[in-house]
Every structure is written in C-alpha cells, then in structure tokens.
Design a protein around this ligand. Structure first.
Ligand code: SAH
Length: 250
C-alpha cells in the first residue's frame, strides 16, 4: 500500500509510523509513505497556509492554493489514489473500512488543522470524507495514522501470523476473547483451567463462547447484526445462563 499525507506536521507522521508492526512494514516496503506539507507549496514570505473565515467567527481555515499544489505533488507520485479527507463529519471509520483500505494500492489522506479546510477544496478534490469517531481532534494526523495502522496490520505478511488479525475483534462481527499468559497462578487470579488443558477443540469452544458472551454483554448492537448458527446460539445461551446465575438474575 502506498500512502501520501497532506499534512502540516510531516515529522509527527513519519516518527509515529517508524514504530512497531507498521514500522517493520515500512522498512520492508510493504507500506510506502510520502508526506506533502502545504507550507512547502506557499508563495508568500510568511508561508501562509490559513486565513480568517468569511462571515467572521473564531479560528482559521486552510487555504485552497497550498493544498491544491500539495495535492498535485502527491498525485504525481500516486496517480491512481483516491483522496480521503479526515473529517469528524465523514463516514465513521471501522474494521470493514480498514479491510477495504488494506486492499487499496494507493491512498492520499488530507489532514485538516485549525477550523478545517476551505469547503471548495473538499467539494471538488476529495473522493470521501472519513471520521475516526464522534469527537473532534486538533488535526487529521492522528485519525489518519490510526487508519493507516489499522489497514497496514491487515495486509498479508505484516503481522507475524496472518491468522492473528483474523481472530481480532470485529473481524467476524464479534469481540475478541480474553487472553492470558504466564504465570498460571497469580495473586490477581488464576488462568481459566480449560486454557491449560491442552484440549484444542475445547479451548476453541471456550474462546468462541467468551467472544460471543463479551459481545452480548458489551456490544449488543454488534450481536443484533448477526445471525448465529445453532452451535453459536447454544454457546451463547449457556454463557447467558451462567452469567445470570452468577449475578442472581432470573
Ligand atoms: N470545525 C471542525 C473541526 C475541525 S478540527 C468541525 O467541527 O467539524 C481540525 C481537523 O482535525 C479537521 O479538519 C479534520 O481534518 C481533523 N479531525 C478532527 N476530528 C476528527 C475526526 N473525528 N475524524 C477525522 N478527522 C478529524
């Protein structure tokens, strides 16, 4: 995947992406990163990238021209890229979109700052607006980095085992099961004995049940979208019965 970011903070972007799994993907060339700073495409002595909003009010708005030139430079490197603008008003990013991005060859992310970007640039140059969630960050960089991270780790060969991404939360519509490591006994509690049993079929069953149970408890909205097969329904029914027993619910 080749990504370009239009950003006033290229150092923030580059430094963040050098770390961990994504850093390794960059080193191996599985992810290619290009940053274009609108400030480098200004023509005045002050290198101005923003101006006051028409109609008054607080804050500043990003100017069209530096963005247009930065976008032109990005397009010359990534000619087939879709242009994705970071915006709290956009489509909400989720695992389905992360999967989609992980299969795209080229993406240009536009990172806003201040009050945002001149709407004419958004209306004419942007293919899709995407939001990280229903909150406002001070710039589009952290949202874009989050999306790039989520997409990169899904690309084949990026994680140590591709299987591990498949078992993550949301991949099949349910939350992940709990995980434990050594020591098996600890003052904070014991590891569920089934995980120490070596019975792989039983362990897989337990994990599936925990996933379904966690989704039922925490994200009924996700569960409502699923049609459970008979085996899953039985596992969940048993989880619910045990949960109600433990909590004294009829
Ligand atoms: N005035 C705007 C927010 C501007 S915040 C509004 O209320 O809608 C500055 C920039 O941060 C935005 O242009 C956008 O690029 C980025 N940003 C803020 N919150 C975001 C979110 N939830 N998802 C994606 N980008 C966001």
């Amino acid at each position: 995947m080749k990504v370009a970011l239009l950003t006033l903070f290229p150092d923030l972007v580059r430094q963040t992406l050098t770390m961990g799994v994504v850093g390794r993907a960059l080193e191996r060339g599985q992810l290619q990163l290009h940053c274009f700073n609108p400030r480098d495409y200004t023509t005045d002595n002050y290198r101005t990238v923003d101006d006051r909003p028409f109609g008054g009010g607080p804050g500043m708005v990003m100017l069209i021209e530096p963005l247009m030139r930065a976008l032109g430079a990005a397009r010359s490197v990534l000619p087939d890229a879709r242009v994705v603008s970071m915006s709290p008003q956009g489509r909400r990013f989720d695992q389905a979109l992360a999967i989609e991005y992980s299969t795209r060859a080229e993406i240009i992310f536009v990172c806003g700052r201040y009050e945002g970007i001149d709407q004419r640039f958004v209306d004419t140059q942007v293919d899709e607006e995407v939001s990280l969630g229903d909150f406002v960050t001070s710039g589009g960089e952290l949202p874009a980095l989050t999306m790039i991270d989520a997409a990169t780790r899904l690309m084949p060969g990026v994680l140590h085992t591709d299987q591990s991404a498949l078992e993550d939360s949301f991949m099949d519509g349910v939350l992940d099961c709990p995980h434990y490591t050594r020591p098996p006994q600890h003052p904070l509690g014991d590891v569920p004995p089934i995980l120490l049993s070596g019975n792989h079929a039983e362990i897989a069953r337990w994990r599936r049940q925990q996933s379904l149970g966690a989704t039922w408890l925490r994200r009924p909205d996700l569960l409502a979208k699923l049609t459970l097969n008979k085996r899953d329904q039985t596992l969940l029914d048993a989880f619910i019965a045990a949960h109600r027993d433990k909590n004294g619910v009829q």
